[in-house]
Design a protein around this ligand. Structure first.
Ligand code: PLP
Length: 492
């Protein structure tokens, strides 16, 4: 055993309550002072060694340390991009869950944390059961921290089908979260430390403020989303190639909320080139792809695949994190099911499984597991022969509302111009308008409610219209009401 190994073993064994740690960091060592033995020893060199001590100076859980050690050997890039909390994350392979798994086939199983009827099926209330067509076993027990294995495999297959660019690329098994908000929360915590900066365009879902910025104490490095009629790729480039190299974390959301914009095929190529250039210049890059509105693309020149599919094979210094789910894709907002999936050029299945484990640890330590009934319902739907046709029908409905919005804006360009200007949009649920100078968005919004029975969102300087929620025959009235509300306020 090398001196390093013996220190490592020693550090992992220091878990007795009377043992305290005081650590001093210099460039390559952590000095651990074991108060019970009076020894101050430099333990471990480099990232792995630092990763055996938690933020508070307590010893890191040996399972987390083992995962980090393995990452150091097979994918040091991943260890570099994980946050302190990401390094500390692990999925408990012993304890209640593991012991229950081992006892799964026993005749008298007194391990599991649910109650059973005498026939071995889940104990349940018939007032609930009689309302549900599914087998009680698919509804009442826990679904497991990472989600139902069948659902994870099915979603992976669906991701492949929807993103042909994933063909031949290795990517993780999706881990089930309690919908996308939870997935975003878990994934960002794995890669962001307090004080870190996140590169993000100024058109973003408002809940990122709480989910990411405020919860994790990070800063948003905002750049304008649009330049003219397309994406502001120069703004992104400036941030990706800012002087000094290190870790860069990006959040990208296409189709975008609130803008309703997805990169055209040529914009997508350029965007990927910028990320690759930044990686080639020495940056380690994590791209979190929020694919909440995936699939709702209405124009032929717009890229229909997730950036994740291309990022998966882009560069050894790029980790792609896909946060997606059926919330909007399958119109099940209240089901609370989502997925987190990982990929990166040359990342092995083993390295990706370690990320799955760390993600599952985040789930176990927050909500423990996601709803079983929703996962079972989705699995049944994905196997239903009508599923694909029904999805096409709902897509067609939203697309026809989109086309109606485009037609009304085109027909009224001059009438609307003194009051508002539509921002580019081509996908998703929403579009935004910028009000003419002299108009206050919040006042216009209130006028719409008070005088026109019309609700819109005013967010960071623009009015967002969710045409996804407006029947086609009311879309013209929506815009006419907006025009009238603006007119009232402009001449007030
Ligand atoms: C861009 C974006 N990401 C994520 C979410 C959260 O989705 P979920 O309801 O699955 O948590 C939303 C919801 O509105 C969203 O607009």
């Amino acid at each position: 055993m090398s001196q390093c190994d013996s220190h490592r073993t020693h550090a992992r064994n220091l878990s007795s309550p009377e043992t305290c740690f005081y650590f001093l960091k210099n460039l390559s060592y952590i000095y651990i002072l074991c108060l019970d033995s009076g020894i101050a020893a430099p333990v471990f060199c480099g990232a792995v060694r630092k990763s055996t001590v938690s933020l508070e100076g307590a010893p890191m859980n040996p399972l987390a340390a083992a995962l980090n050690d393995r990452l150091q050997e097979i994918a040091p890039f991943l260890l570099r991009v994980l946050s302190r909390k990401g390094k500390e994350s692990y999925f408990p392979k012993s304890g209640i869950l593991a012991q229950s798994m081992e006892a799964k086939l026993t005749e008298i199983n007194a391990t599991i944390g649910i109650a059973l009827q005498d026939d071995g099926s889940p104990l349940r209330l018939s007032s609930l059961e009689r309302r549900i067509l599914l087998n009680p076993k698919k509804v009442f027990p826990y679904a497991g921290c990472s989600g139902l294995p069948d659902l994870r495999n099915t979603w992976k297959r669906l991701q492949q089908e929807k993103n042909p660019a994933l063909a031949g690329k290795i990517f993780s098994l999706p881990v089930v979260t309690c919908a996308l908000s939870h997935g975003l929360s878990i994934a960002s915590k794995l890669f962001l430390d307090p004080g870190d900066r996140v590169i993000i365009a100024d058109k973003y879902w408002g809940n990122y403020n709480m989910l990411v910025q405020e919860r994790l104490d990070v800063h948003f490095d905002l750049y304008p989303f649009f330049a003219g009629e397309g994406l502001n790729l120069a703004g992104l480039q400036e941030r990706l190639l800012a002087p000094g190299t290190g870790k860069k974390v990006l959040i990208m959301n296409f189709p975008n909320n609130p803008a309703g914009y997805t990169p055209t095929k040529s914009e997508m190529r350029e965007l990927l080139r910028l990320i690759k250039d930044s990686a080639e210049s020495g940056n380690d890059i994590v791209v979190i792809c929020d694919d909440a509105y995936f699939g709702l693309v209405y124009e032929a020149d717009v890229d229909t695949q997730s950036p994740f599919a291309y990022l998966a094979g882009l560069h050894e210094r790029v980790l792609a994190v896909k946060v997606d789910g059926p919330t909007k894709e399958d119109y099940v907002w209240g089901f609370r099911v989502g997925f987190v999936t990982y990929a990166g050029k040359n990342l092995s299945e083993e390295a990706l499984r370690i990320l799955e484990d760390k993600t599952a640890g985040g789930i176990r330590s927050s909500i423990s597991s996601s709803p079983h009934i929703s996962q079972s319902l989705l699995l049944e739907a994905y196997a239903d022969p009508d599923y694909a046709r029904e999805k096409r029908e709902k897509y067609a409905l939203l697309q026809s509302r989109y086309k109606k919005v485009k037609a009304i804006l085109a027909a009224n360009r001059e009438r609307y111009a003194p009051y508002f200007r539509p921002l580019p949009f081509n996908s998703g649920y929403f579009m935004c308008v910028e009000l003419a100078p002299g108009l206050d968005g919040n006042t216009v919004r209130k006028t719409l409610i008070e005088h026109f029975q019309t609700g819109v969102i005013f967010i960071r300087g623009v009015i967002r219209l969710a045409y996804s929620a407006v029947p086609e025959d009311k879309i013209e009235t929506l815009f006419e009401n907006l025009r009238s509300a603006c007119e009232m306020n402009l001449h007030a």
